[in-house]
Design a protein around this ligand. Structure first.
Ligand code: FES
Ligand code: FES
Length: 174
């Protein structure tokens, strides 16, 4: 039984009770993914599975056999940051940085969702195939990722700059 993490096959734990978050942090020492509440309320543990965002604290590692997990370590490196990481730096999108990996993974998953035309609570036309990334959409869709430092304004600016309206509409229309 294995799982792919940042492109590398990894053996799943023998204990089926191990969460994906604990596999990442405790077994693999991929500590970029953070443990905040450990109960699905803060978003600090968000990772991507086959491109979709999930809360790794609520996921059992064994559930993801054969799937591809991407953590913050798989998105960019110190010398080669992901464009969204660069935007977070430029817009002061963090203070302590604890929520940042989750914010970034979540925003990438969010952009893919909106690109696929998945509606949110604030989407006016539920039948629309193209959804613009307005500030209301962005705030609603990122509301599961909390920042205790209150860096939300910079976070919103960084995400908006990276995944602005035009780009997402073009993606949805493909
Ligand atoms: Fe998973 Fe808070 S640690 S949602
Ligand atoms: Fe400190 Fe968000 S930057 S919790």
């Amino acid at each position: 039984m294995s799982i792919t993490i940042n492109g590398n096959p990894v053996d799943l734990p023998g204990d089926p009770r191990v969460s994906l978050l604990d596999l990442l942090r405790e077994d693999l020492h991929l500590t970029g993914t953070k443990k905040g509440c450990n109960q699905g309320a803060c978003g600090a543990c968000t990772v991507l599975v086959d491109g979709e965002r999930i809360l790794s604290c609520l996921a059992l590692a064994v559930q993801y056999e054969g799937r591809e997990v991407t953590t913050i370590e798989g998105l960019g490196t110190t010398g080669d940051l992901h464009p969204l990481q660069r935007a977070f730096v430029e817009h002061d999108g963090f203070q302590c940085g604890y929520c940042t990996p989750g914010q970034i993974c979540s925003a990438i998953g969010m952009a893919a969702e909106i690109g696929r035309g998945v509606p949110s609570h604030v989407t006016g036309d539920l039948a629309a195939t193209t959804i613009a990334l307005s500030h209301d959409e962005l705030r609603e869709r990122m509301s599961g990722n909390l920042c205790r430092c209150g860096a939300h304004n910079g976070i919103v600016d960084a995400i908006f700059e990276t995944f602005g309206e035009g780009e997402l509409q073009a993606e949805a229309a493909e």
